[in-house]
Design a protein around this ligand. Structure first.
Ligand SMILES: Nc1ncnc2c1ncn2[C@@H]1O[C@H](COP(=O)(O)OP(=O)(O)OP(=O)(O)O)[C@@H](O)[C@H]1O
Ligand SMILES: [Mg+2]
Length: 313
C-alpha cells in the first residue's frame, strides 16, 4: 500500500470547521439533557432500555455458540433482537497531510453495550481511530459510521448533534482550571443551552456516579489526579452519551487509581453505555477480560473477546 496520501481529501483531511471536541465536553441532545447517567433502576427513564442494554451482542453469541445448539427453530422465548451497531468503521485508510499513513484498511464494528479495549504500540493509530469517530479528522478512504450515520458526510449543522452521542476523556483531563468540579461538569450542559433547572440535578447525578459529591466545590488544582479524571468522566457523562470514549485515561495515574478508573468505566458500561478505551495498560486489559482490538502500524492485527493485552500461549 502506498505511503502517500491517496488524495480523496487532499486539502480537507482535518475537520477544521467543526468545534474542537477536545476543548469542551461533547454536548448532548437537548432532549437528552434531562436524562441522567447516574439514573439507573430508579429513574424515570433509564439511559438505555434494559433489554437493549443487556442484549447479547452478535460477538458474544459467536463466542459461546447458540443456546442449546439444536437444529430446530429457537423457542419463542429465545428470540432476541440483535444489538444495534453503534460504531462501524469500514475499509478506513487515514493519511495525514504529511504523508504519514496512520490507518490502513481498518474494519471495526462495535455493537451497543460492548466494552472494547483498543491496544497497540505508540503510533499504531489508536488516537487516529478516535479522532475519526469524533470527526476531528476525516478518513482518506472508507467510511466511519456512528449509529448508521457517515460522520464524514454530515452537514455542518448536524455535527454537534452527532457529537452529543459521544462522551470523551483524555489522558490529560482537560478541565477548566478556574471552574469548580461542579461548574466544569455543568459547563458541558450550559454550552448547549440546557434549561437551567435541568442542569443542577443532572450534574449531581453525574457526580454521584463518579463519587465526587463531596468535592463538588473544589477547583481542579485542589484535586488528586484520579479525582481530576473522575471530574472529566462526570463531564463526559452528564449529557447521557451513547458511546463513551477514553483515550489513555489512566496514562497519568498510578496503578491503584488506574484500577479505580477502570472500575468506573465498567460501571458506566453496565449502565448500558458502549465504551471504547485506548490504552497501553496491559495489566488492566488482561485482568478485565473484555474485547481487545489490537492495532499495529495502522492495521487491526487481533480482535478477540474476553482477551488478554497480548496474545497468550
Ligand atoms: N496530525 C498528524 N499529522 C501527521 N501525522 C500524524 C498526526 N497525528 C498522528 N500522526 C501519525 O499517525 C500515526 C498514528 O498516530 P496515533 O496518534 O493515532 O497513534 P497512537 O496509537 O494513538 O499512539 P500513542 O499510543 O503514542 O498515543 C503516528 O505515526 C503519528 O505520528
Ligand atoms: Mg494516542
Amino acid at each position: 500500500m502506498s505511503a502517500a496520501p491517496s488524495g480523496s481529501n487532499p486539502s480537507k483531511t482535518r475537520d477544521s470547521d467543526a468545534q474542537p471536541i477536545t476543548d469542551k465536553a461533547p454536548v448532548p441532545d437537548q432532549s437528552a439533557a434531562a436524562d441522567k447517567p447516574a439514573q439507573s433502576a430508579r429513574g424515570a427513564r433509564p439511559a438505555l432500555p434494559l433489554a437493549e442494554a443487556t442484549a447479547p451482542t452478535p460477538r458474544a453469541r459467536t463466542a459461546t455458540g447458540p443456546p442449546g445448539g439444536a437444529a430446530k427453530p429457537a423457542a419463542r422465548t429465545e428470540t432476541r433482537v440483535p444489538a444495534r451497531v453503534v460504531v462501524a468503521i469500514q475499509g478506513v485508510t487515514k493519511s495525514y497531510p504529511n504523508g504519514r499513513v496512520a490507518l490502513r484498511g481498518v474494519d471495526l464494528t462495535i455493537p451497543e453495550g460492548d466494552f472494547v479495549f483498543l491496544v497497540g504500540p505508540s503510533g499504531a493509530g489508536k488516537s487516529t481511530v478516535i479522532k475519526l469517530l469524533i470527526r476531528d479528522e476525516l478518513p482518506t478512504k472508507g467510511a466511519v459510521l456512528l449509529d448508521d450515520r457517515d460522520v464524514a458526510k454530515l452537514k455542518r449543522s448536524e455535527v454537534p448533534k452527532i457529537r452529543r452521542k459521544i462522551g470523551i476523556v483524555f489522558q490529560d483531563f482537560k478541565l477548566l482550571p478556574n471552574k469548580s468540579v461542579r461548574d466544569n461538569v455543568a459547563f458541558a450542559l450550559e454550552v448547549i443551552g440546557t434549561p437551567r433547572r435541568e442542569i443542577a440535578p443532572a450534574v449531581d447525578r453525574a457526580l454521584r456516579v463518579v463519587g465526587l459529591t463531596g468535592q463538588a466545590d473544589q477547583l481542579p488544582s485542589q484535586l488528586s489526579g484520579g479525582e481530576q479524571q473522575r471530574t472529566a468522566i462526570a463531564r463526559a457523562l452528564v449529557h447521557n452519551p451513547r458511546l463513551f470514549i477514553a483515550d489513555e485515561p489512566t496514562g497519568n495515574l498510578d496503578p491503584l487509581i488506574s484500577w479505580e478508573i477502570i472500575q468506573l468505566l465498567l460501571r458506566i458500561n453496565e449502565m448500558g453505555v458502549t465504551v471504547l478505551m485506548a490504552t497501553h495498560n496491559a495489566e488492566v486489559v488482561t485482568a478485565v477480560r473484555k474485547r481487545v482490538v489490537a492495532l499495529e502500524d495502522g492495521r487491526i492485527v487481533r480482535d478477540q473477546v474476553a482477551a488478554a493485552y497480548e496474545r497468550e500461549g
